[in-house]
Design a protein around this ligand. Sequence first.
Ligand SMILES: NCCCC(=O)N[C@@H](CCCN)C(=O)O
Length: 434
Amino acid sequence: MAEMALLKQRKQRVCDMIDQESEKLYVLSQDIWKTPELAYKEHTAHQLLTSFFSSRAWEVQAHYHLDTAFRAQWTSEATDSPCLHVGFLCEYDALPDIGHACGHNLIAEVGAAAALGLRGALESVQPPRQVKITVLGTPAEEDGGGKIDLIKAGAFEDMDVVFMAHPAQGDAAYLPDVAIHDVTVKYYGKASHASAYPWEGVNALDAAILAYNNVSVLRQQMKSTWRVHGIIKNGGVKPNIIPDYTELEFYLRAPSLKELYNLQAKVYACFNSAATATGCKVELSTSSYDFYEVLPNKTLGSIYLENGNQLGIQFVSLDKGINTMAGSTDFGNVTYEVPGLHPYFYIGSKTFNHTAEFTEATGSEEAQYYTLRTAKSLAMTALDVIFNPDLLERIRQDWKMAKEMEDIPSGIDKHRDLNCRAGCSSFHIKNTTE
Ligand SMILES: NCCCC(=O)N[C@@H](CCCN)C(=O)O
């Protein structure tokens, strides 16, 4: 009973620490919200967050493997037991034209607040083992996948458990974030005067339209959990010039990597056959890593639910949930490297992500109560893992089982191998510093 009372006291300390910093945390997320920056270009957010942690005696590494990534660390007193390494991730990239319409400014705030709260609790009481807290600034989630650059750089290598949380229309400990492959399709034809001698031309716009329509008819044979969505970014310049160049961008999604590559082969056949039918050349490329699905972790999820309920969170269940399908996130790749938890949290608005209305909601003061409550739940969950050693073993068992379900052998360079296998003619990642 004493142990339970002690743990309750430590959790209260988490909440008190976060509440003490609530104003500074609000300013932090507001300043990020007011200066929306795109993937790999989050220079202001990087500066704000590194200053925030440096001014609180964290060991900060700015420009950590990426120009706009950072790492902030704190370690408790050494003990005889092995150190337990907890990670909190901050996202802070915005969307083109509509700013922080996915609330990554609040993701950054949750990560920062949870780390402050956990450190505060551990400074007030000696944990049973040494604890290292790492806050990782992970840029470019919406485009590119900064977490994957950091995985490749070894940033997650000795972490035991990692947390972040994402704004949404309700609270859920887990939503099925799906695997995604982004592809750019370029058709090369031959220009000619569209009236005088059209027969001399090779029409790249015909190829684009055929490609789009091929995908549209493929939908009859797609699983209900698969998604394919795309745009025509360049359809030609003038009606009287037969287009010799067109460009499309598509996102392909499926609940697992195995299904994603099945879908990819079908969609690539749609792109390639459009080239054959029109005599165009086609180039398929990607400037983003494939994001994997987020692997669920039952133990972490149940601890989070328990802590969230104590703080009054009304969780939605998956079947009556916010949505049976979520988007995609490079946090999925992280869950293949280390057990992780990526809950969703209500911010006081039922509007939808990637809309101007959601941008307004993520910059509102009303979002703060829910944001800090989520940070408290995450930090309290980390505290349970620290003070309850058998939980870590159960978390690891869940993680191993979830990975076996996907049966990708660990250690292969998944990103390069799988993309090449899928037929991408070029695979380049922009803006890395290495
Ligand atoms: N699960 C969080 C969703 C965040 C998001 O919207 N991510 C993008 C990722 C796009 C990658 N090219 C998405 O469209 O799901």
